[in-house]
Write a protein of this length. Structure first.
Length: 261
């Protein structure tokens, strides 16, 4: 029987075949589960992509966005815990990277399970001595300019009706990061892969390299084409890396399935 959890929070798509690993995906500020649409076609068979649909977007547009990172992670920890008896990985982009880190720690602490791998993209590691920029305090003009510099397409910025909806949601999401400071870091043991947009004006490669300090496990830093929100070529690099990394975690299970001679 298929396990269930609160359906509003997850949009699930399978790469085909029986599920052997789940990839939980958390979007950037203002993003929805649709950011990860089609990812299942680029990943090994047996991977189920579970994209998180946060309140305030898509079919949940009537709900108030959440601005407390701990509250978001607590909710996801409770809902996702029914899946942690099987291997899972977590991908977080920008604001989603912070949620991914806090969620992974909660799953480890409360349920004794860590991801087989964590993927972080386009976000400063939340170190006490390097506070995150407070972008949620920008006015509309400043926020538009920042979104343009970070790689949001011009056609989106030029759509006034869309921006009227988007700007308050982005600002609410940015407050999630603005208010967070990692005062009591807990080291994880899982491998971590970090992605840095080569033209990102907000987060440097050195900033992304600091994610190594969140784990005792192996750390890999990859630079990909694009700004804070990667371009098509950048996303292609990201998916190829995730595909390879997840395959490495699935090989032992695949080997066990081979019939004995």
């Amino acid at each position: 029987m298929r396990k269930t959890s609160e359906p509003r929070w997850f949009v699930s798509r399978s790469s085909g075949g029986p599920t052997r690993l789940r990839l939980l995906c958390l979007p950037y500020a203002g993003g929805s589960a649709s950011v990860f649409k089609g990812w299942e076609h680029h990943l090994p068979a047996g991977v189920e992509v579970m994209a998180v649909q946060l309140p305030g977007r898509a079919e949940r547009w009537r709900e108030e966005p959440l601005t407390d990172l701990e509250a978001i992670a607590d909710t996801l920890c409770e809902l996702f815990q029914v899946h942690v008896d099987e291997p899972f990985a977590v991908f977080g982009h920008s604001m989603g990277a912070l949620i991914a880190l806090v969620l992974a720690r909660k799953l480890s602490r409360k349920h004794g399970r860590e991801p087989v791998r964590l993927f972080f993209a386009s976000c400063n590691a939340p170190l006490p001595e390097r506070p995150l920029p407070a972008l949620g305090r920008l006015d509309d003009a400043g926020l538009r300019a920042q979104l343009s510099a970070l790689g949001l397409p011009d056609e989106v910025l030029a759509d006034e009706e869309l921006m009227e909806i988007t700007l308050p949601l982005v600002r609410a999401d940015l407050h999630v990061a603005d208010a967070y400071l990692d005062r009591a870091p807990e080291l994880l043991d899982c491998p971590v892969t970090a992605f840095h947009g080569a033209d990102d004006p907000l987060v440097s490669g050195q900033d992304m390299g600091q994610w190594a300090r969140t784990t005792r496990g192996p750390f890999t830093l990859r630079s990909v084409p694009g700004a804070h929100v990667f371009d098509r070529s950048g996303w292609s690099h990201v998916l190829k890396t995730i595909n390879t990394d997840l395959e490495s975690h699935m090989r032992p299970a695949a080997a066990q399935e081979q019939p004995r001679p």
